[in-house]
Design a binder for this molecule. Structure first.
Ligand code: PGA
Length: 251
């Protein structure tokens, strides 16, 4: 059996201030148990990445970003490139989060381009996929996930997935307090692994598939116990130091 190191990722989204982020980072560093098996990543807003990098120096926690430009460099006012993120010690970059897909009209093609930019800079994409409530109710959840993954696989190649993480985040569970049941999460994670096996068995066995959507201490243990769930992408609950650390310490 392949061993996949568990992964817990904080997605702070557009929350916090310098005043709250400093103590939060320090608190995470001080509180993370040395025997925690999980790799812990914190994805901060761009403007705090310098602060994050400094705060995480010498700690076991890894920095990450929540978005990236699909362009490499040049006259793209307001954009931030993958190479710039590397300068700030980001090891991971979230791409294709449903909030980017829905609120900023990011398409599968654009997300696939961002995925490639992140990898070209030597960083790991955390590729988010997930269906909306109506899609699940229509019985289309698997087809939606398949389409979201296919564009990336066809653009980047299946081998690229060996240097990436996939986060399954049903849109109806994000920030709503409604979580997928452990069985629903497992079913979709197993589906994703099966789909990837059709391309490459090793990639399918080794890739980390994390679940996101209203994960809290109270439900994380059951979800993380599922065979194909390798950790979590944590939004709201990651803003609370004790809550987030308790989620990490499940591993
Ligand atoms: P949530 O967000 O934990 O607040 O539901 C998860 C995410 O959007 O990554």
């Amino acid at each position: 059996m392949v061993h996949r190191r568990p992964l817990v990722v904080a997605n702070w989204k557009m929350n916090g201030s310098l005043a709250t982020i400093r103590p939060l980072v320090a608190g995470l560093g001080a509180g993370l148990k040395p025997d925690c098996e999980a790799e812990v990543v914190v994805c901060a807003p761009y403007v705090y990445l310098g602060e994050l990098a400094e705060g995480l120096l010498d700690l076991e926690i890894v920095g990450g970003a929540q978005n990236v430009s699909h362009e490499q460099a040049g006259a793209f006012t307001g954009e931030v490139s993958a190479e710039m993120l590397r300068d700030f010690s980001c090891a991971y970059v979230i791409v294709g989060h449903s909030e980017r897909r829905l609120l900023y009209a990011e398409t599968d093609t654009l997300i696939a381009t961002k995925f490639g930019r992140v990898q070209a800079a030597g960083l790991q994409p955390i590729l988010c996929v997930g269906e909306q409530l109506e899609e699940r109710q229509r019985g289309d959840a698997e087809a939606v996930i398949k389409q979201q993954l296919r564009t990336v696989i066809e653009t980047a190649g299946i081998a690229a997935l060996s240097q990436a993480v996939i986060a399954y985040e049903p849109v109806w569970a994000i920030g709503t307090g409604e979580t997928a049941s452990p069985q629903q999460a497992q079913e979709m994670h197993a589906f994703i692994r099966l789909l990837l096996r059709g391309y490459d068995a090793t990639v399918a066995a080794e890739i980390r598939l994390i679940y996101g959507g209203s994960v809290k201490v109270s439900n994380a243990e059951e979800i993380f116990a599922m065979a194909d769930v390798d950790g979590g992408l944590i939004g709201g609950a990651s803003l609370d130091r004790a809550e987030f650390l308790n989620i990490c310490h499940i591993f």
